[in-house]
Write a protein that binds this ligand. Structure first.
Ligand SMILES: [Zn+2]
Length: 1247
């Protein structure tokens, strides 16, 4: 017998009557209680009375430090007298009614629940159990049930489940007793094991006896019964029971009855309860079948449509749409196979990996939806206790991909290949041995240095070597297209710019007077440069001068500001270009005047191609624009004059470049946007505001296809799998599609309704998935009509298209009217899981995966326009070659620029390698030494072809590095830049999203690249290994990427310390010795670049990323500052660009700012300004605790705000919810379950 002491005896006012009574009760606890039943009844009745009448009494009993609850519970436990028990239950009921959950929590913590169950069991054994006792016990259990995490287990172990069920069975009409019993049943059923046990005991059928058609009274009873039933039906066994009992049509009929009769929407919760039951039953395949058989689709579709105008009924519509989506019959994609439409024969198939898997598949496995995917016959409910669900969830939210092996966390230089083998890379580093004796780079102003000589000499050096280093084709073009700019040599600004090192090397002894002299010289030079080289913006003269004036106390901030504005201007539309500049710019074949070209653009002797809808020729259709040519051959096309705005662009040169590009489908066409070029529009492009209910509306339109199948055309209008593609000769009723040009990606287009098209993207070559990137042409459109486009085989589980991102469109009509640009467009954009799926075999043993729909609507402004749509601003391999060729023209006598071909890609395309630095001031020993010893910066980009933004950032970097600004000159003086601007040319050319021709993600091959299958990675790594071997490992390595799921620009780096912090591994302090230098560059970027966000950066090493460039270069080459820089495909949610899309201007600006940040880094490290560096770093450490950077590279749910509209991506049965949903390093599954990254690691990450 428990005899707790009333701890309130002392120190509590003795006039507290309730406490005195409690003390009395306590003294009677035990034997006295049995002997003096009347007394106990009396005391408990008095206590009850006090608590009922005086609020303070209850407070005194429950006050902190009081043992009132213990005494009450002990008495309850000790007494056998029903009246006393009832008294105490009444007391408890009064006490627990107030104080919200806290008092119930105290009750539970003192073991109250167990005592109640004990009494319940004991009393149920009586011949005639007291109804009042049962009522009170259940009322109290209902009150505390949700507060006790072990409630379900306690109930089951005590045997209380059946007591409650039997009570309900025996008292079907006793609504007073029924209500608390059902309430308790509802709590019991939340535990899955209980639900199964209750189901065996007939609880499901019991609930169906209680729920009835529309009535006005006792609705609360009905509501609780529905809730309990809903909970019971979460068990698959119970769901099957409900199907077998043919309850699905009953539920639907009940729902319809309530829907019709509850006209004032007073019983929404009952209607919702009925839907929840249906939702849970349809988690099993049998349930979905029963739902379809009972005409559930039509019933829910019609009722939901009627609910649409009433906003308060949204929850009903949302659950209905979820059920309908789930039950929508799963279908395979309308394709003969999900393997790429193009085939490329690999030299050999690797023994393991995704390609091996693909090749070993029996034919046709991807053609069916695997029935076993949702076959529940075998899978019984798991007998796990789920009372601790919350705890489990907390556990799972930890990032279990984190690297916890300390050995792997410590960079270990490994040279891999023997030096003799690495020696072949020596020729890519001529600058490290160049003595310049053959050059006249004397500081004399009459220097006759020809800027191209360096390049030529290096080319000849390359060609002499035995390795297949191929002189790029553009060399052949250079006399015509890339004239050498030699004029500025006369007034060589070399000396002037050579002052720049003095800004960073205080030892410089240049007299001040000389500085001024030199400034004059620069002034003249710049003027002249400016007149003769249109790539220099007009404001530049001033910029250069004013920045140079800071010589002594050089203000980085100011220069930076001007520098960045310079960058901005250089890519913006400037009409005030001096007239003479226009003329000077005219070089090679004229491109800026109206002229005849063959329309459309074709290579290789084909002279006509019919474009445009309605069977008419595009050339004649745009005759209204001026020219008129019915013939269709050589239609008049006014080529927009972009030469002033796009100094690196030249349409003719582009076509030349395309001729040398090797594509698997052997494309012979050129897309107009790539030919004309893209000029950044002047206006800002805000993110699209999401319209309320847009997703729901789109889903309902999809469901209509099933409800009204006769309205569906299902007409294939484009199909790469059919040799005669495009299939449809336009009759004016359909749009025309095309994607057969470089980087194009569209496999099939199906006209589903008059103005609606389903589009399918092509898989990456040698793969059966990775589709996200799209780039295609549309023509034959009408004006004043809204077209809906659905890309139905998207793969990622979420997309920025749900968070404001719009698609990009390029209108040829706009282009020839002088606005050649990609513009953000499209309305009603959303992204959701659809009813297409592929088999588990095709996904490599996982459960079948659902696809996602990206839908957008479009109103075209021009009749018979030719428009292009793209996922992001296209940047083809031919564009890169054109830009590199034009970059030569930006060379001045101070710039050392060398272009090499690192290797051939698998598909036979050259992989360019650039070296940019400053020429030495002279060929004196000192200057040549300084030249050779500059630290190296190693940059790469576009390993992932779908991340075109990486190329635009790279373009910004390259243009900045080749610029004439003092900052650019300082950068070149400070570093040697080694740049591989496109690591995956084949992927880019062939319109892949993720992989190379080998069907693999090249950024997962860095640990062990294969020279045959991954040549670009193998040789880029070779360059780095060579550098490590000669003790010249780069100061910074950065690989540019694009991120589809996050906003802003950010970096991933590698830090032992931060990885250890984020995991639970034990590490000694010596393990954590680490220079914080890796944080300096991102920190600087967050200070100077408005799009950059430190909060999104992460420095954690994850296992699934151990074969990425960043981790391998850090671990094997020993580069501490080894990064991935991720630029959003969407826009920003912070800083100056908050709420705006990132355009090419902002991306290029980012590339320039990256350079500026490198210069600052130089200032911090080379100036030996350790104090400054320490300040910066202590600043970094100080703010670390405020989560300056992210603990993971995975996308977290809080990364995006939720909308008003309930977004449910996972319209799937429960069993599928736990399948891996993640793609490319992102986790947005609704239940935030942690998923197995390893199993899907090659698609899992965004690096
Ligand atoms: Zn990437």
């Amino acid at each position: 017998m428990n005899k707790p002491k009333m701890s309130t005896e002392k120190g509590v006012p003795s006039n507290s009557r309730v406490l005195m009574l409690l003390s009395q009760l306590e003294r009677m606890n035990g034997d006295a209680m049995e002997k003096n039943v009347a007394m106990t009844r009396q005391v408990t009745a008095k206590i009850l009375h006090l608590i009922q009448t005086q609020e303070k009494s209850g407070k005194e009993v429950m006050s902190k430090g009081s043992s009132g609850m213990e005494v009450i519970l002990a008495s309850l436990e000790n007494t056998q007298d029903v009246q006393t028990i009832l008294n105490i239950l009444y007391i408890l009921s009064e006490l627990l009614t107030v104080g919200r959950g806290r008092r119930a929590g105290v009750f539970v913590s003192k073991g109250g629940t167990g005592i109640l169950f004990h009494i319940l069991i004991t009393s149920s054994k009586e011949l005639v159990p007291s109804e009042e006792l049962m009522l009170q016990l259940h009322s109290l259990l209902a009150k505390v049930g949700s507060k006790d995490r072990k409630f379900g287990v306690k109930a089951r172990l005590s045997g209380a489940l059946n007591v409650t069920v039997n009570l309900i069975k025996q008292n079907p009409q006793n609504s007073k007793l029924l209500l608390p019993c059902l309430q308790v049943l509802r709590v019991y059923s939340a535990n899955l094991v209980n639900a199964i046990s209750l189901g065996k005991n007939g609880a499901v059928e019991l609930m169906f006896k209680i729920i009835v058609p529309y009535i006005k009274k006792s609705t609360s009873l009905l509501k609780v019964a529905l809730d309990a039933l809903g909970a019971l039906l979460k068990s698959k066994t119970n769901a099957r029971r409900a199907v077998d009992g043919e309850y699905v049509p009953i539920l639907l009929a009940l729902y319809l009855d309530w829907h019709r009769n509850d006209t004032r929407h007073r019983h929404m919760l009952i209607r919702k309860g009925l839907l929840v039951c249906l939702r849970n039953i349809t988690n099993i395949k049998l349930g979905r079948k029963a739902f379809i058989d009972a005409d559930g689709m039509r019933i829910l579709y019609n009722s939901s449509t009627e609910c649409l105008p009433v906003r308060t009924l949204d929850p009903l519509i949302n659950i209905s749409s979820l059920i309908m989506r789930k039950c929508f019959p799963k279908n395979r994609l309308p394709l003969p196979t999900i393997k790429s439409a193009f085939h490329y024969q690999l030299p050999h198939v690797p023994a393991v990996g995704p390609v091996a898997q693909l090749y070993s598949q029996p034919p046709g496995v991807d053609d069916v939806v695997d029935e076993s995917d949702d076959n529940e016959e075998a899978d019984a409910d798991t007998e796990n206790d789920t009372d601790n669900e919350e705890e489990e969830k907390e556990q799972r939210s930890l990032n279990d991909d984190i690297e916890t092996d300390l050995n792997k966390l410590h960079p270990k230089k490994s040279l891999g290949r023997p030096f003799e083998e690495l020696r072949v890379y020596e020729r890519f580093f001529l600058e490290l041995s160049e003595d310049f004796q053959g050059y006249n780079i004397d500081s004399s102003k009459t220097s006759s240095t020809t800027p191209s000589s360096v390049s030529l000499s290096s080319w000849s050096a390359s060609t002499q070597s035995t390795q297949p280093i191929i002189v790029p084709r553009d060399q052949a073009l250079s006399p015509k297209h890339v004239p050498a700019l030699s004029c500025q040599a006369d007034c060589s600004p070399t000396k002037g710019i050579s002052m720049q090192p003095s800004l960073f090397a205080p030892t410089s002894t240049l007299p001040a007077s000389l500085n001024y002299l030199e400034l004059d010289a620069i002034h003249l030079t710049k003027e002249q440069d400016h007149k003769e080289n249109v790539h220099i913006p007009s404001a530049d003269t001033q910029t250069s001068l004013s920045s140079l004036n800071f010589t002594g106390s050089f203000s980085q901030e100011q220069v930076k500001e001007q520098e960045l504005s310079h960058v901005l201007e250089s890519v913006s539309i400037e009409e005030q270009m001096p007239r003479e500049a226009r003329e000077v710019k005219q070089e090679g074949p004229s491109v800026n005047s109206t002229r005849h070209i063959q329309s459309p653009l074709l290579l290789g002797g084909i002279t006509t191609r019919r474009v445009g809808g309605g069977g008419s020729n595009w050339g004649s259709d745009c005759g209204s624009e001026g020219a008129d040519d019915e013939g269709g051959e050589g239609a008049v096309l006014e080529v927009p004059d972009t030469s002033l705005l796009l100094p690196l662009h030249n349409p003719d040169l582009y076509v030349e470049m395309v001729k040398g590009t090797h594509s698997v489908p052997q494309y012979a066409e050129v897309a107009y946007p790539d030919y004309f070029g893209h000029v950044t529009p002047k206006c800002r492009e805000p993110l699209l505001e999401r319209v309320y209910g847009v997703q729901r509306l789109k889903i309902f339109q999809d469901i209509e296809r099933l409800i009204h199948p006769n309205d569906i055309l299902d007409k294939v209008v484009y199909d790469l799998d059919i040799p005669s593609c495009p299939v449809i000769e336009g009759n004016g009723e359909s749009l025309k599609f095309n994607s057969q040009f470089e980087s194009g990606n569209l496999r099939k287009a199906v006209q589903v309704r008059k103005y609606e098209y389903d589009l399918l993207l092509n898989s990456d070559i040698n793969s059966n998935h990775h589709h996200q990137w799209f780039y295609f042409e549309v023509s034959g459109m009408r004006v004043g009509t809204t077209y809906r486009f659905n890309i139905i085989n998207s793969e990622k589980s979420n997309s920025q298209f749900n968070y404001g991102m719009q698609v990009l469109m390029y209108s040829v009509q706009e282009a020839i009217s002088g606005r050649p640009c990609w513009a953000r467009t499209g309305t009603d954009i959303c992204y959701y899981k659809n009813h297409f799926a592929r088999s588990s075999i095709a996904t490599g043993g996982q459960k079948g995966k659902s696809y996602y729909t990206m839908t957008f609507s479009m109103n075209f402004s021009h009749k018979d326009d030719v428009c292009y749509f793209a996922y992001h601003y296209p940047y083809t391999y031919s564009t890169l070659k054109m830009h590199l060729s034009k970059l030569e023209a930006l060379r001045t006598s101070q710039i050392y620029l060398r272009q090499d071909v690192l290797c051939k890609s698998l598909g036979g395309n050259d992989c360019p390698l650039l070296t940019i630095t400053a020429m030495p001031d002279s060929n004196s020993n000192d200057h040549v030494c300084q030249f050779r010893n500059r630290p190296l910066i190693f940059l790469s980009a576009r390993v992932h072809p779908g991340e075109t933004n990486a190329s635009w950032v790279m373009k910004g970097t390259l243009e900045f590095l080749m610029g004439i600004s003092p900052l650019a000159a300082s950068l070149r003086e400070a570093y040697i830049f080694k740049i591989v601007p496109m690591l995956n040319p084949d992927g880019v050319v062939n319109g892949n999203h993720r992989c190379s021709l080998s069907g693999e993600d090249l950024n997962r091959q860095w640990q062990n690249p294969n020279p045959e299958l991954h040549p670009t990675i193998y040789h880029t790594k070779g360059l780095l290994q060579y550098l490590a071997h000669i003790q010249r490992a780069p100061l910074v390595f950065c690989d540019y990427h694009g991120h589809s799921r996050k906003k802003n620009v950010f970096m991933y780096g590698c830090s032992v310390k931060e990885t250890v912090w984020q995991s639970d591994i034990k590490a000694t302090s010596s393990d954590l010795q680490e220079d914080l230098g890796y944080r300096a560059l991102p920190k600087i970027l967050s200070q100077i670049a408005p799009a950059f966000s430190m909060a999104s950066c992460s420095f954690v090493v994850e296992r699934s990323k151990e074969s990425t460039a960043r981790v391998v270069v850090w671990r094997e080459i020993g580069v501490q500052r080894s990064y991935t820089m991720e630029s959003t495909l969407c826009g920003c949610d912070q800083g100056k660009y908050k709420g705006l899309h990132m355009g090419t201007r902002e991306l290029e600006e980012m590339g320039a700012q990256f350079c500026v940040a490198l210069l600052r880094l130089k200032r911090l490290t080379v100036l030996h300004n350790h104090q400054h560096l320490l300040d910066l770093e202590s600043d970094i450490i100080g703010t670390h605790t405020k989560v300056v950077s992210s603990p993971t590279t995975y996308v977290m749910e809080e990364d995006e705000p939720s909308f008003l509209e309930a977004i449910d991506y996972s319209a799937e049965s429960n069993d599928e919810d736990v399948e891996p949903e993640s793609e490319h390093g992102v986790e947005v599954s609704e239940n935030s379950n942690h998923q197995d990254h390893q199993s899907d690691s090659e698609t899992n990450h965004r690096d």
